[in-house]
Design a protein around this ligand. Structure first.
Ligand code: SF4
Length: 222
């Protein structure tokens, strides 16, 4: 069979057309490839400095959050005594005086009342009512006694408000507790001394004192 010949002009046209189609096709494919490439692109790796800064920022944010929560809690738990403590110096609190009052007598009375509640303590507002003191004087008195180591204060939530419970630390010696003391009628009381060595009389090795304390202590327990 004889090969069919194409004239050069037609051949050129065919070539040109094929080239144009090829160019158009590659144009269509290119953006697709680009898009595919960008989809596959890995996230940029952070530098050491960026990681350190991110850590620093996270730490600062956490600290800020904690400080805000703490301030909020402190504000909610704030009592008038906290204001007084800021307002007055330690010396002013320790030497606080209520006008026309014998502070030593008042201190003894307060300690006796609080001591009756033992380690359970009593609400300071109940004490102020009992002594007919206003809350400002009462609060300053409580601070004075605490600074002198006679009582301790415990912050508690009472009917939705923060206040203090007062607990005795150093109970005053009651005169009636000494009434049955053997020392009052002891024939060797004049010679009795803590420094004495046995068999000289001393409270440190006195059977009478030991018996008396045991009896008094068991009475108190009942
Ligand atoms: S401690 Fe004993 S010895 Fe001394 S005065 Fe008292 S009872 Fe007497």
């Amino acid at each position: 069979m004889k090969k069919k010949e194409i004239d050069p002009e037609t051949a050129n046209e065919i070539k040109k057309e094929l080239a144009e189609k090829k160019a158009a096709k590659s144009k269509e494919e290119k953006p697709k490839k680009k898009a595919a490439k960008s989809k596959e692109e890995k996230p940029k790796k952070k530098t050491k400095a960026e990681i350190a800064q991110a850590k620093k920022d996270a730490k600062a944010a956490k600290e800020k959050e904690e400080a805000e929560a703490k301030a909020k809690k402190e504000a909610a738990e704030r009592t008038p005594e906290d204001d007084l403590e800021e307002q007055f110096s330690d010396e002013q609190i320790r030497n606080f005086q209520i006008e026309k009052m014998d502070m030593d007598k008042l201190t003894n009375k307060v300690c006796e009342i609080i001591a009756d509640f033992e380690e359970k303590g009593m609400l300071q507002s109940d004490l102020w009512k009992k002594l007919k003191l206003n809350s400002r004087d009462g609060s300053r008195l409580a601070l004075r006694l605490e600074r002198r180591g006679l009582i301790s204060r415990e912050k508690i939530l009472q009917k939705g408000r923060w206040t203090y419970k007062l607990i005795i630390e150093q109970a005053p010696i009651k005169l009636e507790s000494l009434v049955n003391s053997p020392c009052l009628t002891c024939p060797v009381e004049q010679k009795c001394d803590f420094e004495n060595a046995y068999p000289e009389p001393s409270p440190l090795h006195c059977q009478l004192i030991e018996d008396w304390v045991t009896v008094e202590f068991s009475k108190k327990k009942k």
